[in-house]
Design a protein around this ligand. Sequence first.
Ligand SMILES: [Mg+2]
Length: 170
Amino acid sequence: MKISFDLDEVLFVNPASHKTEPSLPFPFNRVFTERLRLGTPRLINELQRLGYEVWIYTSSYRSEKYIRRLFRLYGVHFDGIVNAQRHLREVQRDHKTILPQKLPNHYRISLHVDDETVICSLGRQYGFQTYQLDAEDDDWEEKIIECAKEVKEREERIAQMLSASDRAHR
Ligand SMILES: [Mg+2]
């Protein structure tokens, strides 16, 4: 199962209002100025250890290479990265109507973590699950692991029901 995280205000936070990971040593801190929410590397690695694929889905234009390099310095490797350029190329494409800034289900992402209420409410309309994270929360790692587990169990129940009904109609 795939889980995606937004960057700004979710994994990248303001140290004035949030607890953060230590900044990178010189000279990396000159290139990568963002500060990670405290616990980010531990949570991402733990989710992957539990068997989840972890993606980034951001509406920012930071390049995939920049994002990969920054997180590699914290010992984190993502399974997929969708930035604004990729979203426009693969999701929005030449659709006449403007699609939402993020459509995680296009990539079969089962759970998306975002700070924006509008993205989370679009989830209900477009059929993707969200977890809203914004303010400092010391328990965010446990809460997201718990939420991922619930989504996974729900998906497994639905898959079982579908295969049972397939068998019944064979
Ligand atoms: Mg955000």
